[in-house]
Design a protein around this ligand. Sequence first.
Ligand SMILES: [Zn+2]
Length: 613
Amino acid sequence: MGVLLAFAAVAAGAAGQSNPAPTMTLFVDESQAPRQIAFVHEEIRVRPGVVALAYPKWIPGEHGPTGPISNFDALKVHCGGVALAWRRDPDDIFTIKVDVPQGADTITVDFDTLVENTISDHQLLLAWNTAVLYPLGIDKRQLMIAPSIELPPGWKQGSSLQVVSAVGDRVNFAPLSLERLIDSPVLAGEFFRAVPLKSQWPAELDFTGDSQAAIDKADDAHAFSLFGKLVDEDQAMFGYRHWEKLHLLISQSAARNFDGLEHEDSPWNSIDDAGLSKKDVLEATAFVNLAHEQSHSWCGKYRRPAELYSKQDYQGPERTSLLWVYEGLNEYIGFLLATRSGFNDQEYLRNWLAFTAANFAHEAGRATTPLADTATEDWVLRSAHGPWSSLRRGQDYYDEGALMWLEADVLIRTESRGSKSLDDFLKSFLGQRDTGPVVEPYTRADVETALNAVWPYDWHGFIEKHVYEVNDRPPVAGFEAAGWKLVYNATPSGPLWFSVFPEVPESFEGDSIGIEVQKGGKIYDVLPGSAAYAAGLGPSMTILAVDGTAYSVDALKVAIARPQNGRISMVVRNFDSVKTVEIAYAGGLRYPHLERIPGAHDYLSEILTPRSK
Ligand SMILES: [Zn+2]
């Protein structure tokens, strides 16, 4: 049967015409956003016959088939006022087919997007991929769309889209390609403000909040100054940019307090209610989130793995094995930029590096599973949490990737006697030259070639060892070369940025007896090879008593710090059974830290020092 690949080509423009006429319109009625529903209306030019329409499946930045198809509903298709029956492709539930009658050249499509784009009753983020059906098989760079949005009454919006007109609460944007549209979310809110940053490059902070106070107090923690410095540190690091003006979109809400997604010129982050006015919120979110999402403009958007940009539309599948560059290198870049621009101090970052390296050091899964595999199955690991995580491994390509890039940075600095650093690679590989928002794909070989151009070395062997081979050694060589070593002592690690999440353990005793414990004594995880594992403990058991005392975090710590005769006694409940276990352990409390190696050159502090003038 012939599925017409349906689509009339984009209207042929005169040679050199850069903005061909739109071939579809897209109107998203977000006026009911506080009720968590949006209404979509499209007019699409088609040819008669079977037309296949696609709901975006592989979402840029999410690195997987995560398009929220379950929230795409109430579909109606019309042609000349007559309803057309539609059917879903049983082989691909993201594809919808309709029979377009002879003589017709346009269909209208209406559907609802449920839940997806509401942040709170005062804010929304329209991610256009949740609100578009497009002709299957088109080239996302060629399909031109005229988009518009209806906002709730009186709300304002910020985005990198160009506003051509506004009537009441409806905003009409200039036509652009499907690819640029999906890369240009709209942040809107009842309480909204746009603040130009005092940076060398043109940039502005567009932000929302759940109250007027959250807007008015936004600079109490000097947020505007920090973001201005961040953009200046971008400039010092990359040298060139791939946008005209950067819109940093930030929503502040307790309802969605930690999230973010990269975009070429409008990265979005969500932080806690009134977070811009809180130093601890900025500190905890910058190195993993605020600095990270915006540096993806260079690492991930402009330069992107070719295997992750292999399809002309969004239906995939794409390959993700190079995420140790896209995310791992960008994680390292985020560490550098957040610290260099002053969101956090060096000690804060060192605590994180020590914590994450210690986690990898006792991760049993390293003995069987190379780092690259965590990238290859990234979107599965994204939704997998909880028991036996050290055997499954997690999205280790982020932070273990970052530790590898630290080692590469120090290697270049050491071998070149300080004349070169990874910053040279970042400028040549990710900065390159000023461009518009285009994608320059790369392969692993391109990465190795670019590293070699900065400093000749066996980079293929280096990457092979760290990423592609099973590697059960703790990834601490970078620290030691940088003048620091991973040590364990009884002083708790510093504040952990993810401690706000409800499921997160409140007691990390992985480096002593080998357990992590949630509120109420529920064991979150047990590390194979640890004393707790040997004693028969398992995830989801609840500790009722420790050494004859009812469970509390303090009672647990006292027992670990001073075990009687080298043994800790625990009463634990597992489903309906209760038992007593004896843990053989005499090592005391152990928490990871970085400690200076006396006499060694301190490269780490140099790496974290500001570059901008
Ligand atoms: Zn990222």
